[in-house]
Design a protein. Sequence first.
Lengths: 227, 113
Amino acid sequence: MSQERIIQVERDILSKNDAYAAENRRHFERNGILALNFVSSPGSGKTSLLVRTIYDLKDRLAISVIEGDQQTSNDAARIRETGARAIQINTGKGCHLDAHMVGHAAEDLAPESGSALFIENVGNLVCPAAFDLGEAHKVVVLSVTEGEDKPLKYPDMFAAADLMILNKADLLPHLDFNVGLCIANALRVNPRLQTLTVSARTGEGMEAFYAWLEASAGHRAARSKEA
Amino acid sequence: MHELSLMESVIDIVCETARQHGATRVKSVRLDVGVLSHADPDALLFCYQAVRHGTIAQAATLEIKRVPGEGWCLDCAKTVALADRFGGCPDCGRHRVQMTAGDELKIRDMEVI
């Protein structure tokens, strides 16, 4: 005989995603893979930044890529032109990648030990902030053609990130964009954020990003050997 | 609109928990959603109507309890009301405030038959 009753659930709504993310993170750490979750608004130059990085680091760091977009496999095709391996995830109506999708893609891609895995999230400064993918770091890319107040308008994303890359620096002479103010705004929501100013087009400032990347990958590989 | 994914996750957890408890139908679901969280309650309600269809929770009502924002001000050494996620202390105006409540996104409980 069934009867009405109350069940205490007390579970986070994101607990399922977080469990998949924890599984991904364990897998990446065990295999010494540096997984980075690149987030930004559409058009910040994320794919160009990744393409340049892969070319420039060809002999220094193995890189594979998971591309997230609502539609098309254009970005994965751009990555594959560099010779790097890439998998495209189309989220359809979804506005972000989740840990379950990334787990499956990472399984298919099978990045080698000691390599870096770049996850290019759907261009959106809101939703991807909430979904942990199991990455080592979130990297937020902002371009100087956007407003300096983006970190204040979309604080969740800048609070969740460990590194902010300010891209398209080659356009600064033509704009009124105030780099100092933009960084100050970002630091207001996240005092621990590291920031770099680069141009993926001219290569200006990219060496700083490569140094960050190689240091992070080295650190990750060393930790997996200890474990 | 990540609210759709959030509500899909709510329905998954609710139906799974109901089945584990031998229930055949869910009558109501109660969520705690902090005012400083990234989810919009109206969007959550809207998405809920769409994702509950065809499940044992398809007739379940949804109640969203808003949890007010609170933080610990390091300078005042006390708990203060927080209106924005990264806002300052309403008393001293400084920004050394650590959020302690208002970030919740939780399924509290549910009523089943």
